[in-house]
Ligand binder design. Structure first.
Ligand SMILES: [Zn+2]
Length: 160
């Protein structure tokens, strides 16, 4: 399938896998300072799931978000092709990635790749029972319009 014809729609099974995985990822959040656990899960082009959790740091500035944790885990093992991302928090509303994570996602993911924002009460968590809570499906093109990305460095420039 060429890039031009690629469909960015996830199957119901792929969505459920990603959603369950981001909740599992959130369990390993380390948030003594922010008190804001976040879990993220990336689906790779070859069907693997890479999880990431929010990891606080006593310096605060050294903290890393769940989305970047997942991307760094994947990229540092040579995995650079993704077809979906899911993010959840402990908030009963869809929470979207911070600005820094949006730019980081831009490095490795298509503008059209689905990003699932999942409210905390999506599951009755003890039993992984689905509640009737809707997720928000978006993509990077919506979250980071008119973005600057790796291909922009390939544009011809005047020498300084
Ligand atoms: Zn972030």
């Amino acid at each position: 399938m060429t890039a031009a014809t690629k469909s960015w729609t996830l199957s119901v099974e792929q969505q459920e896998l990603l959603i369950k995985s981001c909740f599992e990822a959130k369990e390993f959040s380390y948030t003594p300072y922010s008190k804001f656990p976040v879990g993220a899960a990336l689906l790779t082009a070859d069907g693997r799931v890479i999880k990431g959790a929010c990891i606080d740091n006593v310096t605060y500035a050294g903290s890393i978000c769940a989305e970047r944790t997942a991307l760094v885990k994947a990229a540092s093992e040579g995995i650079r092709s993704f077809i979906g991302l899911a993010v959840t928090t402990n908030v009963a509303a869809p929470i979207s990635p911070c600005g820094m994570c949006r730019q980081f996602i831009r490095e490795f993911c298509s503008d059209e790749m689905p990003i699932l924002l999942v409210p905390v009460d999506y599951y009755d968590t003890e039993k992984w029972n689905l509640k009737k809570v809707s997720i928000q499906v978006t993509n990077l093109g919506e979250l980071l319009p008119f973005s600057f990305g790796p291909e922009d460095l390939e544009l011809s420039r005047k020498s300084s």
